[in-house]
Design a protein around this ligand. Structure first.
Ligand code: ATP
Ligand code: MG
Length: 557
């Protein structure tokens, strides 16, 4: 579809109109995370939306840390967020900002409001302010300090900044309307006293601006034109507009636009829950591959392209909705199908001995890396008398329609020969240890052999040169039947089988060289990626990103 025929989402329509009417002559968007945790798939939507719009309109995209609340913020989160945003492909080169760098300018803006008679210093404590605020059905009451003279407000506010007063002694409030039907407009607090060390400004400040005052100013200082946020801020929009207008420093003040958050069905996204899972060691850190933080998705092997496709399919809307995890898996498969090499890995190996194959012979076979994409070239496989095959590819007494190996049956070994099962061995517990077969030298793959057909093709590796590795299979962290949350106490319904570790997998030699960031299709199994954390510990572990099977169907739009 060309850009022109594609239907415009409601945000694009607003921007188109603003540009046509000359409200702005270019576009600037931003992603404004608070550095108080790791980003998740929902944030990816916001990042890609904002970045995508900036690119579409030839405008600018800012990454701005909304670090005005020193209580919860940490540098560790600043670093992880930068990494995640860059990994998603949202380029913020030269446009990285910190809200805390504007503290001086915000303070000046507050003084302007005081001088205009639009802000005053209040001596009410938190409880009293709540009491005076009124309710949804009753108007609030005026603060006894509402008419404090401008000069006195100025003096008190300056003294608040200088550290003369303890936490909670005073606040600075906007003078708007205590009877407004919108509670956010009932003289909201603009500044509070907090004697705290800030991760960026240290002990320079002991007063900090409130979100509703700081955020519009941050946008305006940066020349942001369209400040895109999620729906819960809709009721804050009048205050956003009030701040940028009353401070009266901006020729083209930014405009707030709200859209619906992205939720995933049956998936834990709440920061609070994830934090608990991490702290109780139920998961292996914030990047545990079962989580949907960006770091976790990356570690599991999801690609930025798959996340971009997912976010686009989920669409932009004003109504809250929930997308299926299966859709994310679909996107990954679509992305990797043509891109990933398709190699052979035996997850639960048993020995296959080719009795009529010469004892010490090792043969090289040519195998395409991806049948659907010749650009990925081919590789050499080695073949010998002793191989490994998947335990489930052999059955002593097969059911109907089982076309794999069983006594007397012939199958194709992928990229190699036809082999016919001649027998098997068991250990003292009755477990199959070895399968015996004979091969037909005429049937070598690529030789043009047309003598007969077989119904089953199975994968294998050469016992002589395969590499051993661990493979992790992931399932939903929470119980699909019971739902994510326990209705009685709000706790999580955990799935005890969310992680399955296969310790002794046998992989074809080429996989021994695999590095973090590489993903593969293991034929007949799924898509897998190297686990970065294990790699750092010197171990080779593959994460299953998704299996090959899916019942997912693209929603028709
Ligand atoms: P907090 O509860 O700490 O505020 P948060 O998830 O809102 O958590 P922020 O750092 O404030 O974290 O979010 C940064 C940006 O990401 C905001 O603009 C927010 O609206 C957006 N965002 C957060 N969650 C989602 C989501 N699920 N879908 C889309 N955008 C989101
Ligand atoms: Mg938030």
């Amino acid at each position: 579809m060309s850009e022109a025929t594609k239907s415009r989402n409601f945000i694009e329509q607003i921007i188109d109109k603003d540009l046509a009417e000359g409200a702005y002559d270019s576009v600037c968007t931003r992603f404004p995370p608070e550095p108080n945790g790791y980003l998740h798939i929902g944030h990816a939507k916001s990042i890609l939306l904002n970045y995508g719009l900036a690119k579409e309109y030839g405008g600018k995209f800012n990454l701005r840390f909304d670090d005005t609340n020193p209580t919860k913020e940490k540098n560790e989160f600043v670093e992880s967020i930068k990494e995640d945003v860059a990994w998603l492909g949202a380029d913020f080169e030269g446009r990285l900002f910190f809200a805390s760098d504007y503290f001086d300018k915000m303070y000046e803006a507050a003084l302007r409001l005081i001088d205009k008679g639009k802000a005053y210093v209040s001596s009410l404590n938190a409880d009293e302010i709540r009491e005076y605020r009124g309710t949804l059905t009753e108007p609030g009451k005026n603060d006894p300090d509402r008419d404090r003279p401008i000069e006195e407000n100025r003096r008190l506010f300056t003294e608040m900044k200088e550290g003369k007063y303890p936490d909670g002694a005073y606040t600075l409030r906007a003078k708007i309307d205590m009877a407004s039907p919108n509670i956010n407009m009932r003289d909201p607090i603009l500044y509070r006293i907090a004697h705290m060390t800030h991760h960026n400004t240290g002990d320079k400040w002991c007063i900090y601006p409130m979100y509703d005052f700081a955020h519009p100013l941050e946008d305006a200082f940066e020349g942001v034109t369209h400040s895109i946020c999620t729906l819960e801020f809709e009721d804050h929009r009048p205050l956003y507009n009030w701040v940028v207008q009353e401070v009266d420093l901006f020729e083209h003040p930014p405009k707030q636009i709200e859209f619906a958050k992205l939720y995933l069905t049956n998936v834990v996204t709440g920061k609070r829950y994830i934090k608990k899972l991490v702290e109780e060691n139920i998961v292996d850190g914030w990047d545990d591959p079962r989580l949907v933080s960006i770091a976790a998705l990356r570690r599991r092997g999801f690609t930025p392209e798959s996340i971009r496709m997912f976010v686009e399919l989920a669409g932009i809307s004003k109504a809250n909705s929930s997308a299926d995890y299966a859709m994310l898996e679909y996107c990954l498969r679509e992305d990797l199908k043509p891109k990933a090499k398709r190699l052979m890995a035996v997850l639960d190996p048993i020995r296959l001995v080719i009795d009529n194959y010469p004892e010490d012979q090792i043969e090289e076979l040519d195998a395409p890396n991806n049948m659907e994409n010749p650009e990925l070239g081919s590789r050499k496989l080695t073949f010998s008398k002793e191989l490994y095959i998947e335990r489930e590819d052999f059955m002593e007494e097969p059911p109907k329609k089982y076309y794999r190996l069983f006594p007397g049956n012939e199958v194709r070994l992928m990229n190699a020969y036809f082999v016919k099962c001649t027998g098997f061995e068991k250990d003292e517990n009755g477990k199959i240890t070895t399968v015996h077969a004979t091969y037909d030298p005429e049937t070598r793959s690529g030789s043009g052999f047309e003598g007969r057909k077989v119904k089953g093709t199975i994968h294998w590796v050469n016992a002589k040169d395969c590499v051993r590795a661990e493979v992790c299979l992931y399932n939903n962290l929470t119980d699909e039947e019971k739902g994510v949350y326990n209705e009685e106490d709000g706790s999580l319904n955990l799935n005890p089988n969310s992680l399955e570790i296969l310790k002794n997998c046998a992989l074809e030699k080429a996989l021994g060289e695999a590095k973090t960031g590489e993903s593969f299709q293991f034929v007949r199994q799924g898509f897998f990626a190297v686990d970065s954390k294990a790699e750092k510990e010197g171990r080779l572990v593959f994460n299953r990103i998704v299996s090959l099977k899916s019942s997912f169907k693209l929603p028709v739009s």
